[in-house]
Design a protein around this ligand. Structure first.
Ligand code: MTE
Length: 315
């Protein structure tokens, strides 16, 4: 991104206090209270249960062990206070302070373009139509920092199958909501080709790793992380993981995207994580773990080569 900064070695990342153990301990404690829920409610002490909203009846969802790299999770506060969401701010630790006015319910997503079954889904329909699970993914930003984050969502391929893409459909285009009145960063970047758009090849979108996420750390997605619905593509740089989507469109040709339009040399469409291909302005061979400040080697396809390398085998 044009404003991207690589922190100098003396930069001290924010450190936060809730380690993963405390997070998962709290969750299982709350869940055990949930099992007692009926009795407690009858006794008039239902306050002890974690609040559940009808829009997210599946939260917290069961973690799928097939998508768990068994790495230390980033601290929840880090993941929700250190954000790239340019519609609000280009300053990562300001975004969460600017999202109050952003309305994320009601919400609906239009699925259309080259498919036999176009549809519009609101949050209740999204909740009913798919099977949700928790997955822990590595998350690698093009700016050379990384986190490990537990998302809740469902594979995008499940939605694609419901829409029945036509044979001509070769790509998907995703669009973020555009609400300059609620998103104060948009006016400040007035030359940007808003709305934020992103895209994937259809076979990338159908890879089982590509997730439609509605939750984070067992709770509804915070606004700063892309509420109420975003895409997560863990083997690509973070800018492909588009937030707060309102449209998904099947297209025959490669869609234009916000970052590629702004700077195709620095932010190309494909954007697979690759330590051997430097960004024109910095190396991509290592990454700063935001929680600890440690620098670790970056892995090809962000560690997901086994699942995705075949997508890019020379044909
Ligand atoms: N989506 C929208 N609509 N606007 C953005 O600015 N930033 C991208 C991506 N999706 C962005 C976006 C970038 S650069 C990154 S690294 C991730 O969101 C950050 O996601 P996070 O804040 O949940 O860590």
């Amino acid at each position: 991104m044009p404003h991207a900064i690589i922190r100098p070695p003396w930069y001290h990342p924010e450190r936060f206090v809730t380690p993963e153990k405390a997070y998962s301990g709290r969750r299982s404690f709350l869940r055990s209270l949930g099992h007692l829920g009926l009795g407690l409610a009858a006794a008039g002490t239902a306050w002890a249960e974690e609040p559940k909203t009808s829009k997210f009846p599946y939260l917290p969802a069961k973690r799928n062990p097939a998508f768990d790299p068994k790495l230390t999770l980033s601290d929840e506060k880090t993941a929700t206070h250190y954000n790239n969401y340019y519609e609000f701010s280009t300053t990562k630790n300001r975004v969460y302070q600017l999202v109050d006015k952003f309305v994320v319910d009601p919400w609906s997503i239009r699925v259309g373009g080259l498919c036999a079954k176009p549809m519009t889904l609101d949050l209740d329909e999204l909740a009913k139509a798919f099977i949700y699970e928790e997955r822990v993914y590595r998350f690698r930003c093009v700016e050379a920092w990384s986190m490990v984050v537990p998302w809740t969502g469902f594979p995008l391929v499940d939605l694609i199958k419901k829409a029945e893409p036509r044979p001509e459909a070769k790509f998907l285009k995703f669009t973020t909501v555009s609400r300059p009145d609620q998103m104060p960063g948009m006016a400040r970047l007035e030359d940007y080709p808003w709305p934020y758009t992103e895209g994937l090849r259809l076979d990338e979108a159908m890879n089982p790793l590509t997730l439609v996420a509605t939750g984070l750390y067992g709770k509804p997605l915070p606004k700063q992380n892309g509420a109420p619905v975003r895409i997560v593509v863990p083997w690509k740089y973070g800018y492909k993981s588009i937030k707060s989507i309102v449209a998904i469109e099947f297209t025959a040709t490669q869609p234009s995207t916000l970052w590629e339009t702004l700077n195709p040399r620095e932010y190309p469409f494909e954007s697979n994580v690759d330590p051997m291909v430097p960004h024109p302005r910095w190396s991509q061979s290592s990454e700063r773990v935001v929680d600890t400040g440690d620098h670790i080697p970056t892995l090809k396809y962000n560690g997901y080569a086994e699942q995705v390398a075949s997508l890019y085998a020379k044909r």
